[in-house]
Design a protein around this ligand. Sequence first.
Ligand SMILES: [Zn+2]
Ligand SMILES: [Zn+2]
Length: 291
Amino acid sequence: MCFIMVGCKYIADIYPVQFVKTAHPLSVGLVIVGTAFFLSVEMFLIVPMIFDTGGVLYKLAWLVAIFIVYNLLGNMLACYRTDSSVASLPRDRQIPDPEEEHLWHHCDYCQMLVPPRSWHCRLCNCCILRRDHHCIFTATCIGHNNYRYFFWFTVYLTIGTLLALATHALLFIVNEEMRRHYMLYYITHAFILSGPIKFDLMSVWINLILVFNIYAFTFPLVMMAYQIPTLYLNTTFYTPRDFRYNKGLRENFKIFMGSRGIWTFISPTIKSSLIHDGTQWETKQPNVTIC
Ligand SMILES: [Zn+2]
Ligand SMILES: [Zn+2]
């Protein structure tokens, strides 16, 4: 995973314009096509083999699936549409107050003073407030204003792909006929289970879908694993050891998610105003290690 990220960063640094033109549509397309694929496979193929299609559990599964897809794509869109650049600030806040000026730093690319924790992104070609990283899956930089949407986007990607994996496990347990199509059955058959092995076109499909599912689960899980310490310690992807801004989990959560905090989990349309505009950051300690 790190190898892919370092490789992407290397290409993006040399050919930023070409990288954006190629990586953004491919990555966004992958998320949209992947979501449509897993939703169709789960709800029209796998879940009907577990629950009665006229029953309450099947209807409940549809509700859960719609809720997850709505939040996944809704947060992805909101993340893309929410501008975290320094230029998104009101004109009078794009210039530091005299007493804050010593905290701001100069950006050689933008040729202007920018607030603390703002960094220039070569792909967006602007400075981003409390810049975390540039995300190719939402085709934008993740910063102070859109972090909330990015965080829930990764959470819903992880939950969605985890539940898809859970349906495979459930199908394996409850459906004796389908169980015989899984490679897992094929592998364990000789040791534990008994009965004839079925390996046909359905077996190829179901095992391929399972392998895709494992890959689709691993990636957002790693993305989320990076975000949990960021949220917990109020750091960023590129400054994981800069603990100066940490105000405790509860306060950090409010800084990142806004006044509604955890309730932003329910929908990207929930209004949750941020407690400041991303220019004023209280610090605790002077020492910092930037990686
Ligand atoms: Zn800049
Ligand atoms: Zn960017």
